[in-house]
Design a protein around this ligand. Structure first.
Ligand code: NDP
Ligand code: PHD
Length: 344
């Protein structure tokens, strides 16, 4: 049976990716779009400055954009995807939850809240049961699920594969695409022929969100993973695809071949938007590269390569498409998990 879905913040960069990914989705039927008051009341193709690399689906182009207000969203929507600026999401998401909507949100507010599941379906699907705790504590009829920051989601599947060798410490340096900052985030004069060695708040997000994702859930709360995580985040002039260099200290001996096998064999999930294999491992040490590898698995696969031994463990590079696996695709996959697990 079709699941009726809506998008909060549908006109933005991530909102457009949602529309692209939901076109021809096997079970999700797009039935509501919202944005700011400037866009409300307009046809979608008048309100959105469409910039993704496929045309606006005809049925979506003609849809009317609503206000981001529960009173303006049909009651029969089963699931809302949220791609609002986090300051706006922090204000309006609670109103949708109080009104009984289930929200799969990409915005960063509340990701570390103890009663909010921060989920990657292949890594920690069991954390969804935090919804029961959330409903008890907040009195919401709805449910709020978050996906992580795009840099965090690029690295965490590889760390999950390494955890069988006793993950003790992670040091990561990122090379992040300009689309992560949004269309107006970095000017061409700032980024062409350049690299910017800081992204506000990003180091802390990688350092905390990764430990929640890899943490254990006892039915009441998530205990953060014990590994120390240090991140240094940088912007470079690629369009899409975050590339990251990871140094991981391990308690047990593990050769680069053991690590490659653990990554290749890390199990996927049976959900419509999931890649068949979660992590592709290259033998060629010049890969992964953003332009060549970000679209693997329709933008949902993680790539890794250049695995080498270090004194305390291994180092390697990893890559993911930041606006698909790192944003809209991550929320859609969480929505598919919510449906599979009977939360909607
Ligand atoms: N870009 C990326 O790679 C990633 C982004 N994110 C996060 O996703 C979210 C969206 O990012 P992005 O799509 O780049 O942002 P954009 O600025 O491109 O889009 C923001 C959307 O929110 C709407 N909006 C803005 N203000 C309000 C308001 N006051 N009330 C209601 N709606 C409002 C906009 O509508 P209107 O067009 O009418 O202004 C638009 O639809 C952010 O939280 C971002 O941090 C997360 C991971 C990756
Ligand atoms: N900060 C990320 C994108 C982003 O918006 O992250 P978050 O979802 O944590 O706000 C980047 O610049 O690439």
């Amino acid at each position: 049976m079709a699941v009726r879905v809506g998008i909060l913040g549908a006109t933005g960069a991530v909102g457009q990716r949602f529309i692209q990914l939901l076109d021809d989705h096997p079970t999700f039927e797009l039935a509501a779009l919202t944005a700011s008051e400037q866009s409300a009341g307009k046809r979608y193709d008048e309100a959105a400055k469409w910039r993704v690399n496929t045309p606006i689906p005809d049925d979506v182009a003609a849809m009317e954009v609503g206000s981001t207000d529960p009173a303006d969203v049909p009651d029969d929507i089963d699931l809302l995807f949220s791609s609002l600026p986090s300051s706006v999401a922090a204000e309006v998401e609670p109103a949708f939850l109080e009104a009984g909507y289930v929200v799969s949100s990409n915005s960063s507010n509340d990701r570390m809240a103890p009663d909010v599941p921060l989920t990657i379906p292949e890594i920690n699907p069991e954390h969804l049961d935090l919804i029961e705790v959330q409903r008890d504590q907040r009195g919401w009829d709805g449910a709020l699920v978050k996906n992580p920051n795009c840099s965090t989601i690029t690295m965490v599947p590889t760390l999950a594969a390494l955890d069988q060798f006793g993950l003790e410490r992670v040091d990561v340096t990122t090379l992040q695409a300009v689309s992560g900052a949004g269309y107006d985030g970095v000017t061409s004069m700032e980024i062409i022929d350049n690299a910017i060695p800081h992204i506000g708040g990003e180091d802390e997000k990688m350092e905390t969100e990764s430990r929640k994702l890899l943490g254990s859930f006892d039915g009441a709360e998530v205990a953060l993973h014990g590994a120390e995580v240090n991140a240094s985040c940088n912007r470079i002039p690629t369009l899409d695809g975050h590339l990251e260099s990871v140094f991981a200290d391990l308690a047990d001996d593990a050769s680069p071949e053991d690590v490659a096998a653990a990554m290749r064999e890390y199990p996927g999930v049976d959900l419509p938007s999931a890649p068949e294999q979660l992590i592709h491992v290259f033998e060629d040490e010049f890969r992964p590269q953003p332009r060549l590898d970000r679209d693997r698995g329709d933008g949902m696969q993680i790539s890794a390569g250049g695995i080498q031994a270090t004194e305390h463990g291994v180092k390697y590079n990893c890559l993911a498409h930041n606006t698909i696996r790192g944003a809209a695709g991550a929320s859609v996959l969480n929505g598919e998990l919510l449906a599979q697990e009977g939360w909607i």
